[in-house]
Design a binder for this molecule. Structure first.
Ligand code: 3PG
Length: 303
């Protein structure tokens, strides 16, 4: 029987469909050392971002001789050594389209949260405080939203931001997008003109943080930063410095340099709205992802 390990879970319908197709599915998270042993007994590994598919795990899978397919049930593959797995003959694939709307909606949610103190007033009111006088916020209507990266998620953010009356400007390493609906600019132009700056790029070990001290200094005074992409693309120390100095008015942060984060200063910062990497954590996104995972596995094994 073909055995599938869903180490970070899989939506119920997807699980049931795989079982109905004749696969054995195990939903179980293993710490790295145990995963090294367990992986020898599976043909397919399905992961979200929590499981790290490193070289030792891949070596062990190769030694076991069963693993053929690794599926990242989501977008970012930075938790998988894709090059190494591919070199060892293990196919790696992801589900890049399924969660775009969910991540875009969370980005907009953080934008509203920091603009209207939704984050901090929730905390204060639970502590018995009625701090109305401290919560004069700003409208997002008429403001400029700058997008760094203009892939699927950024495009969904742009559509929503425009509907809310914002001006959208974007930059992307591949240059101007063919649809020409929004204004394109260089990174420096986007940094200099954005009231809200949102990142929608993968993490690249070689280039590191795109938003660090230098690029923050190029941003507008009093701008807001949003990161629902990857922790490493923002330098958390530089972000904290900018929030404390008043250079930035606030930040919405869903992803962290280390997860779960230990950065208590950032998490507790009154100007920050935080969520624990839940961009893709919606019923709709996970259902779509589950369906895509089933279809990838069924196709691979010709079921
Ligand atoms: C992704 O890359 O798909 C998102 O960051 C969501 O990650 P998750 O599946 O671990 O929630």
């Amino acid at each position: 029987m073909i055995r599938v390990l869903a180490s970070d879970g899989i939506e119920k319908a997807g699980f049931e469909k795989l079982v109905a197709l004749g696969f054995e599915v195990v939903e179980q998270f293993y710490e790295a050392e145990e995963l090294k042993e367990q992986i020898k007994n599976f043909d397919v590994l399905v992961v979200r971002s929590a499981t790290k598919v490193t070289q030792p795990i891949i070596d062990s899978a190769v030694a076991g001789g069963r693993l053929k397919l690794v599926i990242r049930a989501g977008v970012g593959v930075d938790n998988i050594d894709v090059a190494y797995a591919t070199e060892k003959g293990i196919k790696v694939t992801n589900t890049p389209k399924a969660s775009s709307i969910s991540v875009a909606e969370l980005t907009i949610a953080h934008m509203f949260a920091v603009s209207r103190f939704v984050n901090i007033s929730n905390v204060a009111m639970r502590a018995g405080k009625w701090d109305k006088k401290n919560y004069e916020g700003v409208e997002i209507f008429g403001k400029t939203l700058g997008l760094i990266g203009f892939g699927r998620i950024a495009k969904e953010v742009a559509v929503r931001a425009e509907a809310l009356g914002m001006n959208v400007i974007y930059t992307d390493v591949v240059g101007e997008d063919e649809n020409l609906l929004y204004k394109y600019g260089s990174l420096d132009e986007v940094l200099a003109t954005s009231d809200y700056l949102s990142l929608h790029i993968p993490y690249n070990k070689e280039t590191g943080a795109v938003i660090g001290k230098e690029n923050i200094s190029k941003m507008k005074d009093g701008a807001y930063l949003l990161n629902c992409a990857r922790g490493g693309v923002v330098d958390e120390a530089a972000l904290l410095e900018a929030l404390n100095s008043g250079k930035l008015a606030g930040a919405g942060v869903d992803v962290f340099e280390e997860e779960p984060t230990k950065n208590v200063e950032l998490v507790n910062h009154p100007k920050v709205s935080v969520t624990p990497h839940i961009g893709a954590s919606t019923v709709e996104a996970q259902t779509r992802i589950g369906e895509e995972v089933v279809s990838i596995i069924a196709k691979f094994f010709k079921k």
